[in-house]
Design a protein around this ligand. Structure first.
Ligand code: ZN
Length: 328
């Protein structure tokens, strides 16, 4: 079986056991306790701040909960409670095919770990994954949607499999110009993307510290770049680790659709703000997508193209969105 043919689960999945962890927040520098728990079908991923009054701490991991994207993706609720840096954990859950989970935190940020998604993936694998008795849905891209800002472009376009292409350009630095296009399946995610770490530039550190950001940042949880030099003694995990991390961020950001998105994401200089703007524009445009049940999609005769049968199915289930989400 080739990587393109790897079949995603057609039923929803959750964790078999809980994941307890204590780590440091990248921006707050605080120690934060985390407990990721299994959750029932059709509930998606929800964050729960257990350090705030009961009933105020729930934040569904969905696009319309995004409140800030300047330094990572921050989601919040109507009580002003928020959780920062959700993208790497979200990428790990999504990349491992987890649909439903509760992420309990006793602080305002997901621990940064090593700046990649790999430790989360290892924890998920240790906890185990179980199938649930509900079919899995996906959003199928039907029409191209694009967002541009200056010379940056992000776009979702129809494609029968999930593919992500990213290009970045940081001239005169160790990053330089990098481009990668990859299918997004569980094996590809674990092997090629999960280990890629976040990165930052030495000349921006002072400014971040002054704004009381990146207080927990260190070479243990980010690649530090000083001009054309990688400061970290251990060097890079991939020669193009930077663009791989950008794709990891895209996976985390797109996971806020609430279900897998089947299509091609293209990004030239992508970032959290643009990724979330695209997701918002995409979901707001009801012609741009349709819902499909994955078992019908996988069994459709035109698996490699957007067949008429599929489009019919998609139209039929399109309005299921509002019923699908059970928001606590
Ligand atoms: Zn990141």
């Amino acid at each position: 079986m080739t990587e393109e043919q790897h079949m995603a689960s057609i039923v929803q999945r959750t964790l078999k056991t809980c994941i307890p962890y204590v780590g440091t927040g990248l921006h707050s520098g605080c120690r934060i306790g985390m407990l990721v728990r299994p959750s029932e079908v059709n509930t998606g991923v929800r964050f729960l701040r257990n350090d705030v009054p009961t009933g105020r701490g729930v934040i569904p991991a969905l696009w319309h909960q995004v409140v800030d994207t300047r330094l990572g993706t921050i989601i919040g609720n109507e009580f002003g409670i928020s959780v920062s840096t959700v993208e790497h954990l979200m990428a790990a859950l999504h990349g491992c095919g987890i649909d439903n989970a509760v992420v309990e935190l006793d602080g305002p940020e997901v621990p940064i770990l090593d700046g990649s998604a790999e430790p989360f993936v290892a924890m998920i694998e240790r906890a185990g994954i179980i199938d649930q008795e509900a079919k899995r849905w996906a959003m199928l891209v039907e029409e191209t949607v694009e967002v541009r800002l200056d010379d940056k472009v992000v776009r979702l376009e129809p494609c029968p499999i999930t593919r992500i292409t990213a290009e970045i350009d940081f001239p005169d630095t160790a990053v330089g110009t990098q481009r990668l296009s990859t299918v997004m399946t569980e094996p590809v995610f674990k092997r090629d993307l999960a280990r890629a770490r976040t990165f930052g530039f030495a000349d921006q550190i002072e400014d971040l510290y002054e704004r009381e950001l990146a207080l927990g940042g260190s070479p243990q949880n980010a690649i530090l770049i000083d001009g054309d030099v990688v400061v970290n003694e251990e060097g890079l995990r991939f020669h193009d680790e930077f663009v791989r991390h950008k794709i990891l961020d895209i996976i985390g950001d797109l996971s806020l659709a609430g279900v897998p998105v089947i299509g091609h994401f293209y990004g030239y200089k992508p970032g959290h703000a643009l990724n979330q703007a695209l997701l918002r524009k995409f979901i707001s445009n009801e012609h741009a997508w349709s819902y499909v049940m994955l078992d019908e999609y996988e069994n459709a005769p035109g698996l490699r193209r957007l067949s008429d049968a599929l489009a019919t199915t998609a139209t039929r289930v399109k309005k299921a969105w509002s019923r699908l989400r059970v928001v606590a």
